[in-house]
Design a protein around this ligand. Structure first.
Ligand code: B1M
Length: 222
């Protein structure tokens, strides 16, 4: 793997945000996710490679350490902070799609769940794909989705969940939306989800990643 990309993965894994951040002490005065992402893009490495081979690899490593009791919530928070610093550089690349809107996409992380990195990536990718994206943020209750769907006739909806304890909230959100707007397409995604789970909760479709979300919407709205 490219040395720069591996250093980027380490910054995510260790929660090194930028050069001036004192954490972790052994990486003091070294470039962080902020500077290395900029450098990688300036060197001509694609935004997709930076994301898939650097940022997500590092994030997966810290998640695995957390599962094994070798990392803790503050480590996840620092990794998320490093991810956000890097994503600020990636945003223009994912959002450089058409300006003509192909439709409206309402997205949010479901009630009880505060994870927003994957949801933000899906939002960025769809904006880049030409959709007007209404991002409701995290911990979004069913009533907020319903209200937004009513205010935006013809929109599609995306629900994200990262916890096995919150993915079950998707079913009640889908039911509430379909009670007021039965034809609204509802796409679900997030690490613990499967195609089978999506079918069981009556979601219109499941997308494993942002590209899958874009492919589904492109097919559904063409
Ligand atoms: Co949390 N966390 N976390 N966490 N966290 C996980 C998810 C966990 C798997 C870690 C672990 O145990 N290994 C675990 C869940 C276990 C489970 O449910 N089975 C977990 C836990 C337990 C928790 C807490 C309960 C910890 C605690 O407090 N004791 C707590 C819950 C808080 C809450 O939500 N109520 C918690 C908190 C946090 C932080 C706040 C510290 C932080 C989130 C910060 C933030 O998002 N702003 C955090 C983080 C960073 C993680 C990990 C390490 C990384 C998540 C992430 O951003 N991944 C995660 C472990 C892991 O995934 N390796 C973990 C990178 C991101 C690009 O991937 O979000 O999967 P992902 O999104 C992907 C796809 O899933 C897909 O596209 C994205 C790009 O490929 N996708 C969609 C996502 N949404 C989609 C929607 C779509 C389509 C595709 O269509 C609509």
């Amino acid at each position: 793997m490219n040395d720069l990309i591996e250093r980027l993965a380490i910054c995510l894994e260790r929660g090194k945000v930028n050069r001036s951040s004192p954490h972790p002490p052994d990486l003091k005065d070294q470039d962080g996710a902020d500077e290395l992402t900029r450098q990688a893009l300036d060197d001509g490495i694609s935004a997709e490679t930076v994301l898939a081979d650097g940022l997500i690899v590092g994030m997966t490593r810290v998640g695995k350490k957390y599962s094994e009791g070798k990392a803790f919530v503050p480590d996840l928070l620092m990794a998320a902070k490093a991810m956000k610093a890097a994503m600020a550089h990636l945003k223009p690349y994912f959002e450089s799609g058409q300006t003509h809107h192909r439709g409206t996409f309402v997205i949010g992380t479901v009630e009880g769940d505060l994870h927003d990195i994957g949801k933000n990536l899906v939002a960025m990718m769809l904006e880049g794909g030409g959709y007007k994206v209404i991002d409701l943020g995290v911990n979004v209750p069913a009533a907020k989705f319903v209200q937004t769907v009513q205010e935006n006739p013809g929109c599609s909806v995306g629900l994200s969940a990262l916890l096995t304890t919150t993915m079950v909230n998707m079913e009640k959100i889908i039911k509430a939306i379909h009670e007021v707007s039965p034809a609204t397409p509802i796409l679900v995604g997030g690490a613990p989800l499967t195609d089978d789970f999506a079918r069981r909760i009556n979601a219109t479709a499941y997308a494993p990643d942002p590209q899958g979300a874009l492919d589904y919407l492109s097919a559904a709205t063409s």
